[in-house]
Design a protein around this ligand. Sequence first.
Ligand SMILES: Nc1nc2c(c(=O)[nH]1)N[C@@H](CNc1ccc(C(=O)N[C@@H](CCC(=O)N[C@@H](CCC(=O)N[C@@H](CCC(=O)O)C(=O)O)C(=O)O)C(=O)O)cc1)CN2
Ligand SMILES: [Zn+2]
Length: 767
Amino acid sequence: MTERMTEHISGHTDATVLGWPRQGPRRELKRAIESYWAGRTSESELHDVATGLRADAWKLLSDNGIDEVPTGDFSYYDHVLDTAWTVGAIPQRYRAAADTDLDVYFAMARGNDRVAPLEMTKWFDTNYHYLVPELSPTTTFAADPARQLEHFAQATEAGHTARPVLVGPLTFLLLSKPAPNAPADFDPLTLLEPLLDVYVEILGALHDAGAAWVQIDEPALVLDQPASVLDAARHALDRLGTATNRPKLLIASYFAALQDAFEVLADAPVDGLAIDCTVPDNVTAILEHGLSGKRLVAGVIDGRNVWVADVDDRLATLRRLDARVDDLVVGTSCSLLHVPLDASRETAVDEEVRSWLAFAREKVLEVRTLATALDDESAAAAALESSRRAVASRRASTRTHDDAVRSRVAAVSDADAHRTTPFDQRRAQQQEALGLPLLPTTTIGSFPQTDAVRKARASLRRGEIDGATYETAMQDEISAVISLQEELGLDVLVHGEPERNDMVQYFAEQLDGYLATTHGWVQSYGTRCVRPPIVFGDVSRPQPMTVRWWQYAQSLTERPVKGMLTGPVTMLAWSFVRDDQPVGDTARQVALALRNEVTDLEDAGCRVIQVDEPALRETLPLRKSERAAYLDWATESFRLATSSVASTTQVHTHMCYADFGDIFAAIDDLDADVISLEATRSGMSLADELEQSGYAKGVGPGVYDIHSPRVPSADEVRALLEKAVGALPARQVWVNPDCGLKTRRPDEVRSALANLVTAATAARASL
Ligand SMILES: Nc1nc2c(c(=O)[nH]1)N[C@@H](CNc1ccc(C(=O)N[C@@H](CCC(=O)N[C@@H](CCC(=O)N[C@@H](CCC(=O)O)C(=O)O)C(=O)O)C(=O)O)cc1)CN2
Ligand SMILES: [Zn+2]
C-alpha cells in the first residue's frame, strides 16, 4: 500500500485550488494565440500548445499534493466569454462575422474588420478583464459542453481527479448586459429559468462523463444584492441541487464577505461550499451557523496577494473550522489566476525578501502543508518551520521601514492636499496660458510599443546595447511620435511613453520600497499580461523618473506636451501591496513620492500634467459600507500628489474600463482640471450620465476604442462627438481616444487619429 493510500484511511485532509493561471511559465499561450492571430500558425497548432500547457499545470498541482485539480477554467481569452459560449449566448452578428467557431469566439473577444467586439470590463475589484455577455428577450440558450468535456477527459485520462469549474448562472446573468437590440430596461435575470435548463443539461453531461464534483463560481453573491437577487439565488440553487443527473455541487464565492448570501448558500441543497476564509466575517458566519453537513473548501490561503502565509494563524482558523464542519478541504480563497506562477524563479530579488514571497506554486505548497498539518503537525514540520522563519524575518526586517518617509507623511497637512485656487478661476487662467481651441484634441499618453522599442529594451536587459544607445533609440521614437502628432494636428501632445515597459512597473522600478519581478506575469485581458510590482517597504523617490523624457519631447515642439504619471491609487491597485499597514498609509507615501515628480516636471516648464488613475473605480470596495472610507484616502492621495502646482498648470487625469456612474462625486473630488474617460464601447452613454451628474470640469469621453484593431471612420468618431457635445457644454469637452495606444499598430493609430482630428475639426466648425 502506498503512503498516500494509508493517509486516506487514517483521515487524509484534502487540498485544492479554485483555479490556475493559463499563460504557462513563459507565456507560451500568449505567444501561441498571437501567432495564430497573425496567421503564422494553425488552429491545431494552437490547440496542441494549449493541451500541453494544461497537462503541465495539472501535473504540477498533482505532484505537489493537490488532490482534485480544477478543469475548464483554462481559456483562450476569458472564462466569462467561455461561459457565454457554453450556454450558447452568442449574438447573431458574430456568427456571421467569421468562418470557424474559434474565429467567431475571437471576434466576440476582440472584434475583426466586420464586427466590433463585446464590451470588456473589470472582474470585480481585480485587474483582470472579462467580456460582458449580451442578452435580450430573444436570447435562446443552448448547452455546448464540448470544451468542458474535452478538458475533463484530458485530465482524467492523465490520471487526475478533475473538478470542472463553471461560472454560475447567477453571476453570469448579473455580469451580462442588455444587447443593443434589447429594451434598455431589459433585466438579464428574467432569463434565469431557461439558463438553468441549460446548466442542468451541462451538469448532466459532466456527470455522465464521470465528474464526481463540479465547482460553480458565484462571486456575485459577495456584492450588495437586493432581496430579489437572493431569492433568485435560492431558487437557482434549488433547481441545480434537485436535478437528478448531476455531480456533487461545490458553490464557490470569493473576494469579500457573503453576509446575507451566506445563509442562502448554507441552506441550499448542494454538497459543498468554497468560501473565502481570508475574510474574518465569513469564518465567523461558518462558525456560528455551521454548514448543515456540507463540505467546506476553506479558502485560507489568499489567492490575491504574494506574501508567505502566517501558517500558525491559518492553522488556528482551520482547526476551529474543522471542529465545526464535517468535511473540510484546505484551499485558496479564489483562483490563482491573479498571482504570478513561481517566486523561486525571481532570482534577481534579494534572497531575504524573496523568502517572504508566495506565488501560485508556493501557495499550492502552503495549501498542502496546512492540510497535512491539520492531520499531523509533525508530518509537515519542515515546511511549517520554513514558513515561520519567513514570516518572522519579514516582521523583524528593518528594510520595510524608512524614518524619513514616516516623518514626511506625519507632517502632511490638509492644505497640502488642496489647490489654492478654485476650478472656475483656474480654468480662465489656464485658457489664457495655453490658448487651446474649443474641443481640444489629445491622446492618453502611450503610442504603439513597437517591436523595435521592445527589442531595444530586451537588448539593454541582456547587455547587448549600452544605456546611451537605448536612450538614443527612445529619443528617436519620441521624436517620431511628436512629428506624427504635429502632422496630424493634435493640440496637446504626448511623448508616447516608449521608455515604459508598463505604466506601473516603470515607476515601481525607480521607487524605493518597491520591487519588480522578472517572470511574474499575470493575465490582464486576453493575451495581455502585466508584472505587478510588489510594495514591500516604505516608498520614496530617490530621483526624477520622467523629467528628462518630457524635456526632450517638449524641446521638439511649440505645442504643449503633457507630463505623464501614474497616480497613487493605480500604483497600488496594480501592484501587490504590503499587508502589514493600512493601504491608505501606503497610498500617502506613494502620493508624496509622485508629488516630488510633479514639482520637478513643473519646475522644468511643464504646464499640463496628467496623473492617470484608471484603477480608481475598480478598487472601490465590493461592499458599499466600505466605500466612503476608501474614497476618502483615494481622492486625498491623488490631491496630495497633484496639488502643489500653480493655478495656471493644468492637471489632467484618465480612467478607463469601468462604470463611472457611482463615482462622479469622487471624480469631482480629485479636483483635476481635465479627465479623459473610456466611453466608446458603451456608445457614449457616459455623456448623458456626466450631464446628469452635473460634472462641470473638463472632460474627454473617449471616441476611439483602442482595444480593438478596428479603425473608426471620421463619421463614427463624429457621431460619438456629437453625442458628447449634445449632452455637455462644448467648452467642457475634449476629444481623445478611450485609452493609451500602446497595444495598437502604428498604421491603425495614424488612420484612427487622423479621423479623430477630422471629426473634431468638423464638429468645431459646426458649433
Ligand atoms: N499594469 C497595468 N495594468 C493595466 C493596464 C496597464 O497598462 N498596466 N492597462 C489596462 C489594460 N491592461 C493591459 C495590460 C497589459 C498590456 C500590455 O501591453 N502588456 C504587454 C507587456 C508589457 C510589458 O511589460 N512589456 C515589457 C516586456 C516586453 C516583452 O514581452 N519582452 C519580451 C522580449 C521582447 C523582444 O525580445 O522583442 C520578453 O520579455 O520575453 C517591455 O516592453 O519591456 C503584453 O502582454 O504583451 C496592455 C494593457 C488595465 N490594466
Ligand atoms: Zn486607460
